[in-house]
Design a protein around this ligand. Structure first.
Ligand SMILES: [Zn+2]
Length: 102
């Protein structure tokens, strides 16, 4: 017999799996920032996300975890230089890990 404590609603389990995954991809996106900037001794706050080649700032709608990488096929929308698959994989892996932890 399962005993769910309030406010956990079993019917909403899939919702919380999805929320865990989305939260994980956002955390993964931030991890990508840390992975790139900390070894290069660059601030984590400023400047905002930008293309390393053409330096153009990346707007929020081109900076959505997983989705933007797929839509833009891993390229800069401005200069079309390639972004490493690492960005996509770190976001995906962190999303999956969040789901597993949940
Ligand atoms: Zn660019």
């Amino acid at each position: 017999m399962l005993n769910y404590a309030y406010p956990f609603v079993p019917e909403l389990t899939i919702f919380w799996y999805v929320m865990s995954f989305i939260s994980g991809t956002c955390a993964g996106s931030f991890l990508n920032v840390v992975i790139y900037r900390v070894p290069a001794d660059i601030s984590l706050i400023t400047p905002g996300s930008h293309c390393p080649k053409c330096k153009k700032e990346i707007p929020w709608y081109q900076n959505i975890p997983l989705i933007s990488w797929l839509v833009l096929r891993g390229k800069c929308a401005n200069c079309a230089c390639k972004f490493p698959i690492r960005y996509f994989l770190v976001e995906l892996l962190t999303g999956v890990l969040f789901v597993l932890v949940f």
